[in-house]
Design a protein. Sequence first.
Length: 610
Amino acid sequence: MTHMRTLLTAALLASACGPQVQLSKTPPGPLVLNGKADFPGQLIDKGSIGFGASVTDTLAVGAGHGYAFQGQRGGKVTITMLAAQPQCIGDATHLDTFLWLFGPPNASGSRGTEIKRDDDSAGTCQSRISSFTLPATGEFLIVASSYQQQSGGQYRLSLTCAAGTCAPPPPIPHSFAETRIAQADIDAGRFTAPQLFEIGRFLFLHQFQIEEGLGNGLTGTGPGGPKARPNMRLFHNGPFGGPDNPNCLGCHNVGGEGGGSALSMNMFPAGDGIHLSQAVIRNAPSQWGDGYFEQVGFEMTGDLQAQLAAGKAAAASARAAQTVSLSSKGVSFGSVVVQADGTTVDFSGLQGVDQDLVIKPFGWKGHKCAMRRFLELSFQVHMGMQFQTLIARHCANPIPNTVGTGPDCHDPDADGVVDELTEGQLTAATVYVMMQPAPVRVNPTNPAALARVQQGETLFGQVGCASCHVPRMVINNPVHLEKPDLTSGPGFAVDLATDVKAPRLSKDANGHIAVELFSDLKRHDMGPALADVKSTFGVAPSVFLTRPIWAVGSTAPYLHDGRAPTLKHAIVAHDGEAAQSRASFQALSADDQAKLVEFLQTLRAPRIDF
């Protein structure tokens, strides 16, 4: 009663039109909750609250409201309780908020002593527990009440988590059926990035079965083979493919999950389905860091297309031809000439990119600009698993050489399975790849060995390797938006600075991400010795994309067909536009060559702990 009299006296002394008086408070002692009866008033269970959620309720005098949430050890939570009428005048109708936080209960249900409390950190009579690090994993309890349970009124309670660190691990799907999510549910925000990652990972590891759509039921003439379902074969038939493997991990495993391919797992695409001589030979590259790789390509595309658009506008305005130099992130793509009409363009000076100026980072030929499109084709070619998006395009504008010649456009591979893979699964598979960790540098700890590596990196630039394997590029916007194909959803945002699995790349003070991918994302003529037997995807046989080599120390064998067993073999096999760099490398002493290779060997696979 003494405390209440003090409050009332302070309130009476304050003029009705005068400044608000800050009341002196005596903090209550530690609160222990072995049960609801331990709360000094009525403790009302309000259920659970999720991260990012906000609730509005009305608190009665003498009451406390309990909100539970599932937290992860090490997560940083912020809890805010704001009163609708935060006037500390000491009466029961003006809420003076007070917050407690309790840890997970023990085996007998006791939560013990509070682990955190707050009274006025959010302002006078307003409460906030800021950036509190959770000490354990389990169910935590927020108790929202008033100071000494002496006031009541309406309030808003919110719970946030820093960078998604608080939520427990997402449920891991245990069956293919559990991964068959709808894109509409992703659009509605029902999935988090970690949840989509786990669904995509299941699809990456899953051994597909005939009843799920593996392979095809086509026989006789056409893109299918002569066998019964699943009609597997080693040599692909054009864009239709094999199928040649029941899962993704079978090829992407050198160096760890998501890595490159062993020589024994080489693929033979773009052939006639029968003869080795008609196919090209491919060794699967790693997927690590592909989210960064794609985002760099998106931004470079934007730069090049904007430069051409500006050149067209200038030509139209001046009614004179304009030469437009095209470059992005320090990489030159040659130049084009826009004629005086502002629309006609001479592309003869263009270098390393198609006339649409779209950077295509995926595939040895650089033929896909987005991982979504690359995965869609890969599941078809290698496993005969068809996404709804691919089938929808076929039904609208038939592509039988890609999906099959079956009479039902919804089941063109004639295996009796419709909607083999949903668009939601495509988004999840894409998010899984986008969230792959970045490769790392693993420098030796021995000072002498480290000095050799540093000298090797200098030599890497001096002999000209860095002119194509550009060591570093910068991403301006780290948020990738994965847009759907068949719905009008807003797209699923993946923040490359926070959502990517560790080890991830961090933002600088300007919000940019520096990426050491060692590629210029251009196509180059590598000479006749490395050439395929024919053109593929409209790209000449000897022309290939500069692959990023940021994990090259973990991904032998090397080159597009795995012909090079060591890094030195790979270097000396370069020709064409790389002939001068190869010659400069060969002119080095044997010790300097070794130093350069030792540097490359420090570019390693990430340490994966999913």
